[in-house]
Design a protein around this ligand. Structure first.
Ligand code: FES
Length: 218
């Protein structure tokens, strides 16, 4: 599946309605598409582009900027083993080597069954749990070899499905409300900001003109 399912299309339209500008829903819609297919397929990016009124290239440009969005397939569980300083000192490098052996893949690769993608990552801000790993952006640590294997076993068995959703997508965090203001108020604020910008630009132009005149007089 690549285009939104009817249910997800309805949710996409709800998300669009939460923002004064459709393009502001670009990231939530990308997360929704990723929740559906596990990654952002070209077809999904096209549909997101149609819905928010930008080009597919702009969706790709945005999605490829963010680590949490995938523009190529990844495993159901993305395991990032941290080897930054705190984790390194606590055995992060050894944990990564163990993860490679245990999963049978090198960092950057996905297991044959499509369940796990292994990554070596920089500090994920869970230094107090060193050495740690992030699984779909949920943090686990400190992890020794046995704890790592137990974690993988639980993930494989679906025992952590509630805690670690497949593909770890943010669209599970569902928004039902938009800005606590009206579109008229947003438009009025935008008009005021535009007027202020225009006033500043004309003041600057007048100043430049004045100093130019002064220069010709001297
Ligand atoms: S160094 Fe590993 S989480 Fe900070």
């Amino acid at each position: 599946m690549a285009r939104f399912s009817p249910e997800n299309l309805a949710h996409a339209r709800l998300l669009l309605s939460l923002y004064p500008e459709p393009r502001s829903a670009l990231l939530p819609l990308c997360h929704l598409a990723q929740a559906q297919d596990g990654w952002l397929t070209p077809e999904a990016m096209e549909q997101v582009a149609e819905l928010v009124g930008v080009t597919p290239a702009e969706v790709l440009g945005t999605a490829s900027f963010y680590d949490m969005l995938h523009t190529s397939p990844v495993g159901t569980y993305l395991i990032g083993v941290c080897t930054n300083l705190a984790c390194l000192l606590a055995g992060g490098e050894e944990l990564l080597r163990h993860a490679e052996r245990s999963l049978g893949v090198a960092p950057g690769a996905t297991t044959e069954d499509g369940m796990f993608t292994l990554e070596e990552v920089e500090c994920v801000a869970a230094c107090d749990r060193a050495p740690c790993a992030a699984v779909n952006w949920r943090y686990f640590g400190p992890l020794g070899p046995d704890a790592f294997d137990e974690l993988v076993g639980q993930l494989r068995a679906g025992a952590l499905a509630a805690e670690v959703p497949a593909h770890g997508v943010l669209s599970r965090v569902r928004r039902r409300r938009g800005l606590a203001t009206t579109t008229e108020e947003v438009a009025a604020e935008r008009r005021a900001a535009d007027e202020e910008r225009a006033a500043r630009a004309s003041a600057k132009a007048a100043e430049a003109q004045g100093s130019g005149d002064g220069g010709s007089r001297s």
